[in-house]
Ligand binder design. Structure first.
Ligand code: ZN
Length: 247
């Protein structure tokens, strides 16, 4: 099946693109919709959870009829309806499930939409080990943050945050709450970044952390650098063409 604009060069490249979304909740849900509607050819969806009523205000893939269903199944159904061209591969698993780690290297980009810090470290470490670019996004309350990891080229998540804090030190998304539009903003920006990186264009958030305060209407860009002794990426060589899309 072709997309309406599949004759244009950009659409043809998008149709060859593939993105692995780990987490199809507040960030992954709008990101998946944006990527599918943009014409991305294949999406991998990873999420162990079922749809809950409390998810509906910020997760636009789902509605009341989906409550109780596995998110990946409801997401695949919705995405297939809005973008019939897209190939979908789903895992109802919690990362780092072995099947997902084994599949990760065949994707061009990983988009991290997980909702715990421990999961974000796990996704970072696996993407760097596999040499696959990672678009990290996180939201809490009215704040969103985004950074892109080009393995062996730009700072990774562990270069910046080093270690996950002890369990309970940082409130979870469920505990702290998330403003729906903040998550949608993070999802849309990370989807755009995934398309850019997949296409070999400059990574907008390589070696910088974009922090958005949706309440104050402010944003800032924090410069980042690789840590020489980062235990995740210090020994990773620069891979392929990633250097050319870092800046
Ligand atoms: Zn690192």
């Amino acid at each position: 099946m072709t997309t309406p604009n599949s004759t244009t060069p950009v659409a043809a490249r998008l149709a060859r693109a593939n993105v692995l979304l780990i987490g199809v909740g507040g960030i992954g849900s709008p990101a998946a919709l944006a990527l599918a509607r943009a014409g991305v050819g294949e999406l991998g969806l990873v999420d162990p959870d079922v749809v809950e009523v409390s998810n509906l205000h910020r997760q636009p893939l789902y509605d009341e009829t989906d409550v109780g269903r596995p998110k990946v199944e409801a997401a695949a159904e919705r995405l297939g309806a809005v973008a019939p061209h897209v190939r979908l591969v789903i895992w109802r698993e919690r990362f780092p499930a072995e099947a997902v780690r084994n599949a990760l290297p065949r994707f061009a980009v990983v988009l991290d939409g997980t909702d715990t810090i421990a999961a974000k470290f796990a996704v970072n470490d696996a993407a760097v080990a596999a040499g696959v670019p990672l678009v990290h996004a996180g939201v809490l309350g009215f704040r969103a943050q985004i950074m892109t990891v080009l393995p062996g080229v730009t700072a990774c998540y562990r270069c910046v945050f080093e270690e996950a804090p002890p369990a309970g030190d940082v409130p979870s998304c469920e505990e702290a709450g998330i403003l729906g539009p903040t998550a949608e903003l993070a999802g849309a920006l990370s989807a755009a970044e995934a398309v850019r990186v997949d296409d070999g264009a400059r990574a907008a958030y390589g070696d910088r952390l974009l922090v958005i305060d949706a309440w104050g209407g402010r944003h800032r860009s924090v410069p980042l650098a690789r840590r020489p002794h980062c235990r995740t990426c210090a020994s990773v060589p620069t891979l392929g063409t990633l250097g050319s899309i870092a800046s």
